[in-house]
Design a protein around this ligand. Structure first.
Ligand code: OOG
Ligand code: NI
Length: 468
């Protein structure tokens, strides 16, 4: 029997191998990422603070895009077999010039032990063909008809996925078949692309064309995790790969790494077959896929996230159209003035999530533990370990989409969009969409209760129960 997590690890590994054969720059990215991770692991004794080197080396996220709730439900079934569940809701339709007609979630493991085994996650976007800001009634109808006619996932794949979900794994032979079919479902299709239809959609949005202009789906990018993204950014330049002009997310600074920093490069144009309006098939190219890399930091609480959003808004205001470097300087100055410089302070102000355990050699001489969490840590009763941010940032996601487009497309902001939220997305998927903050808080809370219980900190436990 191959358990869920081994299926997931095999899926991530095989997708990565496939994407490497499809997008050569991805292979360069992996090589450089591996070098940098080794260097950081050798020079920095805290390198494993946000995940062991084994986890980080295997760690990837992917991005895919589907067209209909039906397709989304099927893909959710496939991911469920790999122990990946929808977490978080991202609406990318309101991002000004770079707005794209999709709403998204991320499929990922939710249990801390499962994350440790293999944290593979896939950012999954659903096209919104009925959104009148992008598609008029006539085009919307044709798009919906086109999408309803295609089949993305073969029945055998879906049946195996159901069996794997219910059985929490598969016997070796079906496991191999299942992973093979799942990987194949995300390979670039050799089917000719209908030139007229693709171009019509592309005028509105390159993302709409990538999703609804073709008869299959494919992985859009696969992203490794790097321990020093600034070093990676420089080194990719030395390898002749031009990155976008900035690293998205928090600035580089001396304080704790939080949330997510990402950067990307556009992949080369890929050869694709086209069916021309006269029926002939020609060779052409499309440039829709790309490379991305990310560094992960500590998960922030809602209050911490609000602080992050405020600092980002202020950075925007003060840097106007400044280049990447001047924006970095502005951001760093604002962070130095407005964000806690230490993990201890992040925990004390409840701006980030930590798990707690009894400190090795915590006092056992009959002394009574103090009631406050900060005192418990400061006085050597408890050890706090930061929780890794496992999710995405809507603004960076919008930036990633945008860096990937040839033009901004057109949309009419005066029209009202189709209302969409996590609840509606959950109905479309037919499975709950989990709230990331709730998951992190539960992880922190259960570790804290266990630790307090072990050290006999009854006062602290009581104050947890009274919500203090
Ligand atoms: C997804 C873009 C979002 C990220 O890392 O924020 C994303 C896409 O381009 O389909 O992958
Ligand atoms: Ni991504």
């Amino acid at each position: 029997m191959v358990p869920t997590w081994r299926l997931r690890a095999a899926f991530a590994r095989r997708l990565s191998e496939m994407y490497g054969t499809e997008v050569p720059a991805y292979t360069t990215l992996l090589a450089v990422t591996g070098q940098i991770n080794d260097e950081v692991a050798r020079r920095d004794e805290d390198a494993g603070r946000l995940g062991g080197i084994d986890r980080v080396t295997a760690e990837r996220h992917g991005a895919i895009r589907v067209g209909t709730p039906y397709e989304l439900r099927q893909v959710a079934q496939i991911f469920a077999a790999f122990g990946m569940h929808p977490v978080g809701f991202y609406d990318l339709r309101d991002g000004g010039a770079g707005a794209v007609p999709v709403v998204s979630t991320a499929f990922r493991p939710t249990d801390p032990k499962e994350l440790e085994r293999n944290p593979f996650r896939v950012f999954t976007s659903l096209l919104t063909p009925t959104d009148r800001r992008f598609f008029d009634a006539e085009l919307s109808a044709r798009l919906t008809t086109f999408l309803a006619r295609r089949t993305l996932f073969p029945p055998e794949l879906l049946t195996l996925a159901e069996r794997a979900e219910t059985g929490r794994g598969l016997p070796a032979e079906s496991a191999a078949r299942f992973v093979q079919l799942a990987v194949a479902a995300f390979a670039l299709s050799p089917e000719p692309v209908d030139r007229g239809w693709y171009t019509e959609l592309e005028r509105i949005s390159a993302v709409a064309a990538d999703i609804g202009g073709v008869a299959a789906t494919h992985i859009n990018h696969l992203t490794p995790r790097v321990l020093d993204i600034d070093a990676l950014y420089r080194r990719m330049g030395e390898h002749g790969i031009t990155m976008i002009d900035r690293i998205q997310g928090p600035p580089r600074w001396d304080g704790p790494d939080v949330l997510l920093r990402q950067t990307s490069f556009r992949a080369l144009a890929e050869p694709r077959a086209f069916r021309e309006p006269d029926g002939s098939v020609t060779e052409g190219t499309l440039r829709v896929r790309f490379g991305e890399v990310e560094a992960r930091g500590i998960a922030l609480t809602r209050a911490g996230r609000a602080r992050y959003d405020a600092l980002t808004a202020e950075t925007d205001q003060r840097s106007d159209d400044g280049d990447g470097a001047s924006r970095q300087r502005t951001a760093r100055a604002l962070w130095e003035a407005g964000f806690p410089r230490t993990e201890r302070q992040l925990a004390a102000e409840q701006l980030a999530f930590f798990t707690y355990r009894p400190a090795p050699g915590h006092p056992r001489d009959g002394r009574r533990p103090p009631a406050g969490l900060t005192e418990l840590v400061d006085q050597g009763w408890l050890t706090a370990d930061p929780v890794v941010y496992e999710d995405f940032l809507p603004r960076s996601a919008a930036g990633i989409f945008r860096s990937n487009l040839t033009g901004d497309g057109v949309h009419d902001t005066d029209r009202t969009g189709t209302p969409f939220d996590a609840q509606r997305l959950a109905e479309a998927i037919g499975r709950p969409v989990l709230d990331p903050f709730v998951l992190y808080a539960a992880q922190q809370d259960s570790s804290l209760r266990r630790a307090l219980h072990t050290i006999g900190a009854h006062e602290a436990l009581a104050s947890l129960d009274s919500g203090g």
